[in-house]
Ligand binder design. Structure first.
Ligand SMILES: [Zn+2]
Length: 136
């Protein structure tokens, strides 16, 4: 986790250096330079905020989908008896969202599973295995 933080700081640091170098090369005038440094600093702060979100998401994803332990990754999939599919335990899962939600492209389910060192555990909605649920 601290790895992500230091990576982010490195990216920001490199970005600042890049911007400063460019400004130095472009502007001889000290006053102009100061002005652009300040302006670019505002832009960098915006980028930093976006990077924060990005690294938060990355950290979250990494926690949940690590190599050793995975949690149910349920996504819509066509061609099955149910409209959702769990890529972690490879089972078809029924969509429990109502019509209104479906119209807005939202889906929901009661499935939860874990895969740890190759061992799969299924909780709540079991769904049906990939091969059984295929429709063709
Ligand atoms: Zn699953």
């Amino acid at each position: 986790m601290s790895d992500f933080k230091s990576q982010k700081q490195l990216v920001i640091q490199q970005l600042k250096c890049l911007v400063k170098d460019n400004i130095r090369n472009l502007w001889d005038d000290e006053t102009f330079r100061e002005y652009y440094f300040k302006e670019m600093d505002k832009e960098i702060k915006k980028v930093e905020a976006q990077l924060n979100d990005f690294f938060d998401a990355l950290q979250y994803f990494n926690q949940w989908y690590s190599k050793d332990k995975q949690y149910s990754l349920v996504l819509p999939r066509k061609g099955g008896k149910y409209s959702l599919f769990c890529y972690t335990c490879r089972r078809w899962i029924p969509d429990t969202s109502n019509y209104e939600m479906q119209r807005e492209g939202v889906y929901s389910h009661d499935h939860f599973c874990t895969k740890e060192n190759g061992e799969i555990k299924i909780y709540m909605q079991e769904g049906i295995p990939e091969k059984e649920g295929l429709i063709n």
